[in-house]
Design a protein around this ligand. Structure first.
Ligand code: NI
Length: 252
């Protein structure tokens, strides 16, 4: 299994990080991505990736940073991209639910980071909240890029849009275990471009809802995806692991 999106850089893991990673590998997780959302959390993601075999970093500035970032934040970010354990730029995107009200500043930060990713031949992990149309419009302007819609929570119609672009991937989190619209969308998800994640410490799946989420729990999301697809868990694991390998820049 591959947990393509966790925030082990969150302070909620500072006490027992090693145990959390050990539990995940004991459950059969082979790779864990630690995803940044600011310069500091991205640097911390790289630090954690350096310390553990099978752990990788995704670095980027979340839309929450849109009114705070400076040219120097982007330079600090770009400096991280040469690191062999950095496998994508993210999570970046648009958040019209909780992000800064100035949508233009969000779009500017988003575009600048897509350009940085492409300049460094890296794929992009997208954060999308109440902004699917605008994200599609911006990302559609970069046909040479590879994009992953993280923690997909859109409608089956949104999934149709993703299906029409062969470089667009989709990732399911624990939401697939408790939201019917996400299950419906997953039925249509492209079998060769779908991966799974926890988004730990958030979004714990059934039967762990309400608890701190952790990479070991990605198995519940994988099981539900396999059920929705009507395939065995081992088959779904092989498919999603292979898709993660074709999307991220894993060097090992
Ligand atoms: Ni996240």
């Amino acid at each position: 299994m591959t947990d393509t999106h966790s925030h082990l850089n969150d302070e909620r893991f500072s006490e027992d990080l090693a145990e959390v990673i050990e539990r995940a590998f004991a459950e059969g997780v082979r790779r864990i991505n630690v995803v940044g959302y600011s310069v500091e959390s991205s640097e911390r993601a790289v630090e954690i990736a350096e310390a553990y075999h099978g752990v990788f970093a995704v670095v980027g500035l979340h839309p929450y940073e849109a009114e705070r970032y400076t040219p120097s934040s982007l330079r600090s970010l770009e400096r991280l991209l040469d690191h062999p354990k950095v496998v994508a730029v993210g999570e970046i995107g648009l958040d019209y639910y909780r992000g800064p009200e100035d949508r233009e500043s969000q779009k500017r930060l988003f575009r600048e980071q897509i350009e940085i990713a492409l300049r460094n031949s890296l794929p992009v992990v997208l954060h999308v909240r109440d902004a699917f149309q605008d994200v599609v419009e911006i990302v559609g302007g970069f046909p040479e890029g590879k994009f992953l819609f993280h923690s997909f929570s859109g409608s089956p119609d949104d999934m149709d849009v993703i299906l029409t672009h062969e470089n667009w991937y989709v990732s399911f989190s624990g939401m697939i275990t408790f939201l019917e619209n996400v299950r419906k969308a997953a039925e249509k998800a492209p079998r060769d471009r779908t991966v799974v994640e926890t988004d730990a410490p958030y979004l714990a799946p059934v039967p762990k809802r309400g608890k701190r989420n952790e990479p070991a729990f990605v198995k519940y999301t994988l099981r539900e995806l396999a059920r929705v697809w009507g395939v065995g868990v081992v088959e779904a694991e092989g498919m999603t692991d292979g898709n993660a390998e074709s999307f991220f820049r894993y060097g090992e």
